[in-house]
Design a protein around this ligand. Structure first.
Ligand SMILES: [Zn+2]
Length: 71
């Protein structure tokens, strides 16, 4: 498996209610943007599509103590 971080696509994410900005990186399959909230560590997954790739900023909602991967 190759792990090249160069040129990896990402989108900006605004995590709420943590109220902090971070990034979600495109997975190797190119099907979703994944990442963790920098504040609470909640893992997130946002589906990426032909149009989804055009999104530059998404709103993400953290759920404290909730089940990860709710998206
Ligand atoms: Zn959070």
């Amino acid at each position: 498996m190759q792990t090249s971080s160069a040129g990896r696509k990402f989108i900006g994410a605004h995590f709420q209610p943590c109220n902090i900005y971070g990034r979600l990186y495109l997975n190797k399959e190119g099907t979703a943007y994944v990442g963790n909230c920098p504040k609470c560590g909640q893992s997130h997954r946002v589906k990426a599509g032909p149009k989804g790739a055009d999104v530059k900023m998404v709103q993400i909602f953290c759920f404290y103590g909730g089940a990860p991967g709710r998206y």
